[in-house]
Design a protein around this ligand. Structure first.
Ligand code: UDP
Length: 314
C-alpha cells in the first residue's frame, strides 16, 4: 500500500516542489490549493498520474478528504511580503483558521502533520544568527504582522494539538528560499531583480541595501523538510542556507549573471523590513544530518534560466 500525503498550497512555489518529491518517493499525493497565489502550471505535469490528485479548495473551510491519510504538509499561505500585503485577511485566515482545520483533519485521520513556519517568527531579530530558542521581535500591528502573527499563532496551535490531543506534529521554520517556479511578480528580491535585469530595467534596491538575507536553493529546502517529516523532532527546526549577503551585493551578483544595461537604483525601505537574517542550522545538522549543498552561484544560474524561459516563453 502506498502512503498518502495531503499537501496544502501544493500548487505554490514550495508546495509544488514537495508534490514532485513525494510523487518521486512513491506516495499518493493529494494537492489542495485555492490558486490565489499558486498556479496549475506548477503541477500540470502530474495531471493524469493516478497517484496525483488536485483539489481546488480553500483550506480555511472544513476539509473533507475521503479514505486514509498518512501525512499532511500545511504549506498554504501567501508568502511574499507583496502578496501578504495585498491579501492580509486571507493570510491571517489561512495561518489561523486553515491551520486549525488541517490539525483537526490530522487528528481525525491519525496523520502526522508538518506545518510550514518561517523565519518571520523572529521578526526584526535582536540576536544573530537566529536559533530556534529565540522568541523573536515582531511588531503585531505592522504591515508584516498579518503574516508574522499568523505564523506565530500557527506554531502555538500546532503545539496545543500536539500537547492536548497527542497529534504527531512537526514545525519547520523556513528561511528565504529561491528557485524555479517563483513568480516573477511576487515582489521578492530575487524574482524582482532578475525580472528587472531581463527586461533591461533598473534594479530597485530598498533602503541602502545593507540589510542582509541568506538564500537557500529549493532542492536543499525540500530535502530538509523531507528529513524533518520522517524524524521524531516535535519542536521547530530552522531550514535555510546560512550563507549571508547584503541585498545590495545580491543585486550586484545578479547583474553579473545577466547581460543587461540595467543599473541599481535605491527606493524607500518598506516598514519593519528585517535588518539582518541568517539561520543557525546547528539543530538541523545534528538531528537531521542535513545541510545545504547547492551554492548560490549554481542555484542562481538554474533560477535565472527558469525566468528566461518564463519571459521568453520557451
Ligand atoms: N528588496 C529590495 N528590492 C526589491 C525587493 C526586495 O531591495 O525590489 C529587499 C527587501 O526590502 C528585503 C530583501 O530585499 O530587505 C528581501 O526581500 P524579500 O521580499 O525577498 O523577502 P523578505 O526576506 O523581506 O521576506
Amino acid at each position: 500500500m502506498k502512503k498518502s500525503i495531503l499537501i496544502t498550497g501544493g500548487a505554490g512555489f514550495l508546495g509544488s516542489h514537495l508534490c514532485d518529491r513525494f510523487i518521486q518517493e512513491g506516495y499518493k499525493v493529494i494537492c489542495m490549493d485555492n490558486l490565489i497565489t499558486g498556479k496549475t502550471e506548477n503541477i500540470e505535469h502530474h495531471f493524469g498520474n493516478p497517484d496525483f490528485q488536485f483539489i481546488y479548495y480553500d483550506v480555511t473551510n472544513y476539509i473533507h478528504v475521503p479514505g486514509n491519510l498518512d501525512y499532511i504538509l500545511h504549506f498554504a499561505s501567501p508568502a511574499s511580503p507583496v502578496d501578504y500585503l495585498k491579501l492580509p485577511i486571507q493570510t491571517l485566515k489561512v495561518g489561523s483558521l486553515g491551520t486549525h482545520k488541517v490539525l483537526g483533519l490530522a487528528k481525525a485521520k491519525k496523520a502526522r502533520i508538518l506545518v510550514a513556519s518561517t523565519s518571520e517568527v523572529y521578526g526584526d531579530p535582536l540576536i544573530h544568527p537566529q536559533n530556534e530558542d529565540y522568541w523573536g521581535n515582531v511588531n503585531p500591528i505592522g504591515l508584516r504582522g498579518v503574516y508574522d502573527e499568523a505564523k506565530r499563532f500557527q506554531e502555538a496551535m500546532t503545539m496545543a494539538y500536539h500537547r492536548y490531543h497527542g497529534v504527531d506534529t512537526r514545525i519547520v521554520r523556513i528561511f528565504n528560499t529561491y528557485g524555479p517556479r517563483m513568480r516573477l511578480d511576487d515582489g521578492r528580491a530575487l524574482p524582482q531583480f532578475v525580472g528587472q535585469a531581463l527586461r533591461g530595467e533598473d534594479l530597485t534596491v530598498y533602503g541602502d541595501g545593507s540589510q542582509t538575507r541568506s538564500f537557500c536553493y529549493v532542492s536543499d529546502l525540500v530535502e530538509g523538510i523531507y528529513r524533518l517529516l520522517l524524524s521524531d523532532e516535535v519542536y521547530p527546526v530552522n531550514i535555510g542556507n546560512p550563507e549571508e549577503i547584503t541585498i545590495l551585493d545580491f543585486a550586484k551578483e545578479i547583474l553579473k549573471y545577466i547581460d543587461t544595461p540595467s543599473k541599481i537604483i535605491f527606493k524607500e525601505l518598506p516598514a519593519d523590513d528585517p535588518k539582518i537574517r541568517q539561520p543557525d542550522i546547528t539543530k538541523a545538522k545534528k538531528i537531521l544530518n542535513w545541510e545545504p549543498k547547492v551554492s548560490r552561484s549554481e542555484g542562481l544560474k538554474l533560477t535565472i534560466e527558469f525566468f528566461k524561459s518564463t519571459i521568453h516563453g520557451n
